[in-house]
Design a protein around this ligand. Structure first.
Ligand SMILES: [Zn+2]
Ligand SMILES: [Zn+2]
Length: 182
């Protein structure tokens, strides 16, 4: 065994360059810093999550979170919220679906999602993407309904602080059982 084996848990996993659809719309390039803590994303060997919500082809909200910030947001959720969300995802998650064409939790596509509204998420490290998922607006709303008011309030504050004026329907999701759902 090589003593210098990297701790990078993405090593050896298949990846592709981050697709343009996950670039920062405002900066027209891959995200460089964490939306919540401002640290440089390239400094995180565990990678980061990019999320963008679209409605009829327009970007409604976009953010990138380093993994420590993802953990912190999940830790802010109540135990009950974490439990029901995990259960929800385990029941719905479609094992054979990944990528941006089909909802990871139901059979909607980008075009058949209600109001053509959906979220895209990518698990990235450096300039590569290792996993991806699409979730339609109805599944996002259903997830929002199962979490507690307290948890929803905390996550809404994140949205209000970072994206003033952006209307609801944004929730970060636990990364179990699939690390890509946020
Ligand atoms: Zn961060
Ligand atoms: Zn769905």
């Amino acid at each position: 065994m090589d003593e210098n084996t990297s701790q990078n848990h993405f090593e050896g996993l298949p990846s592709e360059p981050i697709p343009e659809v996950l670039f920062s719309f405002y900066e027209d390039r891959p995200f460089k810093s964490c939306t919540r803590c401002g640290e440089s994303l390239s400094d995180f060997p565990d990678g980061y999550k990019v999320s963008k919500n679209f409605k009829k082809g327009e970007v409604i909200i976009e953010y990138a979170l380093c993994m420590p910030c993802v953990e912190r947001m999940l830790n802010e959720a109540s135990d009950e919220s974490k439990r029901v969300l995990q259960q929800f995802q385990e029941e719905r998650y479609r094992e054979d679906v990944s990528g941006f064409d089909d909802c990871a939790l139901c059979e909607k596509t980008q075009m058949t999602a209600r109001g053509e509204e959906f979220g895209l998420t990518g698990i990235c490290q450096g300039l590569n993407m290792f996993d991806s998922a699409m979730i339609c607006i109805e599944c996002m709303e259903e997830m929002s309904e199962v979490i507690s008011d307290e948890t929803r309030g905390k996550w809404n504050r994140f949205r209000e602080e970072n994206f003033p004026g952006v209307p609801g329907d944004f929730e970060p999701m636990p990364d179990k059982p699939t690390p890509v759902l946020l």
